[in-house]
Design a protein around this ligand. Sequence first.
Ligand code: PLP
Length: 385
Amino acid sequence: MSDRVYLDWNATTPLRDEARRATAAALDLPGNASSVHAEGREARKWIEGARSAVATAVGAQPRSVVFTSGGTEANALALAPGLRRDGGSAVERLIVSAVEHVSVLFGGRFSQTSIASIGVTRAGVVDLDHLRDLLRGGPPALVSIMLANNETGAIQPVEEAAAIVHEAGGVLHIDAVQALGKISFDMRGLGVDLLTVSAHKVGGPKGVGALVLSEGLSGPEPLLRGGGQELSRRAGTENVAGIAGFGAAAAAAMDCLPASTARIQTLRKQLENGLRQTRGTLIFSDSVQRLPNTTLFTVPGLRAETAVIGFDLAGIAVSSGSACSSGKVQPSHVLQAMGFDAEIAQGAVRLSMGWSTQDADIDSCLEAWRSLSGRLLKSQRRNTA
Ligand code: PLP
């Protein structure tokens, strides 16, 4: 696989060396972190070290971090009726943006009839006036908005949303899975109440994540009941190796964040300049603040699955912007929410970079695209002749 080019970092990232070392070391620990003996205390030490690292990465207190099996579980845990801020009322309904990850769109423990959707602009940014309208008059709401979108990379105005939600007596959860390690942010500065992160998007192992809770928040009720692990918020013997890897990856991501952001932004400029050489290229959300590593694009007539296969045959791993489950490519719900028709929403290709992406990778990707788009345009001319 060494001569392949990996441009699908928003799907998952390679394991960082720091995370590999921490995971391997923790795998060999014999103790259960709940045991009082030396072996147990050693396992506990690794978990608490990771908790501090994740807390530092998001700007929270270590005791606010609840480790889970990933971003999906953290989202499901967060979306719970009954949550309340200090002195506030319990939330009774859920409002989510229309461009959320599916694990949020399912609504956690809210019934489908108590979920409302906030619209987004053509550039994929949450419409705060619509949020205000939805909050007006109804019972207290939990609102869930992602910090950055996984398909377009569009960064959402979560700080403004927090002020609006709190003014209306609600609670704000943000899904920061795609933002961690790509942009710097601070949970307290943003003023949000709950925040989701996942290890495998920052160079940690797959199958571990965290929900981070603000001080003074009551709830959520645990999803998994049993032992008193994670301050009784998430039962089950901890995945010490995964958690240790998450902590090491989060710390490493924070260490290289400013330098890596600047470098990746330069690479993306090169990439997008090259893509724009093809007539009719549309780069989604390019008029708003985006994650520095993400480009979602299309050209007229492009079929995402054909392009993904074409790139793959040329040795480049990319993904379609649209959801692909059970082998069937669905139009992207994100692009449809942005007002694009099903044809365009089915034709978007996502290129996403990471810390080891090099100039040569961008060159190879553009070379593959020139050949693919040339063939595509030729066959379109044939079909219209
Ligand atoms: N939220 C967002 C925005 C994501 O992109 C993903 C994964 O793609 C998730 C949540 C789910 O995280 P996990 O894969 O750790 O369950």
